[in-house]
Design a protein around this ligand. Sequence first.
Ligand code: TMP
Length: 212
Amino acid sequence: MDASSESRGALVVFEGLDRSGKTSQCGRLLSYLEGLGHPVELWRFPDRTTSVGQMISAYLSNKSQLDDHTIHLLFSANRWEKRSMMEAKLKAGTTLIVDRYSYSGVAFSSAKGLDFEWCKAPEAGLIAPDLVLYLDIPPEKAAERGGYGDERYEQLEFQKKVAQHYKLLEDSAWKIIDASRSLEDVEKQVKETVSEYVVSCQKGKPLSSLWS
Ligand code: TMP
């Protein structure tokens, strides 16, 4: 996609089951990188601020019903509508910490029974993350953490299926983090892992595309 060797920001994605601790760790990593003086932003998908994101939000809170394929494509469209902004930010040197990305899209939809390759197809061509931090936690333990909220996918049996589908997506960008440990222990490992990637992107690692 980009053969230049210019310094850029890193694309760091957090993935994991609901209640695996992603949102807390994203916040801690943001403060850490800001403290080091790095240009950094925290993004999340679904981005519920756009009109597509509002349709997704209504679906997740059971205020609307949608065909499984349709909601899958909306989640994907919600990433595509941010793609050019993502590329511009990374090239301008801003590191992006992203709470969920295409892996959530595929793991959750294929756990409902949609074809795995069909789920991956609309994600191909989005920007590939430099690092995917998968916060690994047994579904039963995640469910104990303050309980689930009211959203559509927050059910133990479904989350077990999602965990199995996530495992099929692991590639060389993934680092599996044992998220059943304390917040502090997880935070320490996250910081150590991310620092290395931020430096390699500053040295000009080119951007690449996901699954294409
Ligand atoms: P959130 O709780 O992180 O805001 O995510 C909302 C839910 O949407 C969560 O259960 C995971 C699910 N999800 C998908 O099904 N597909 C996707 O592409 C994304 C980003 C999230």
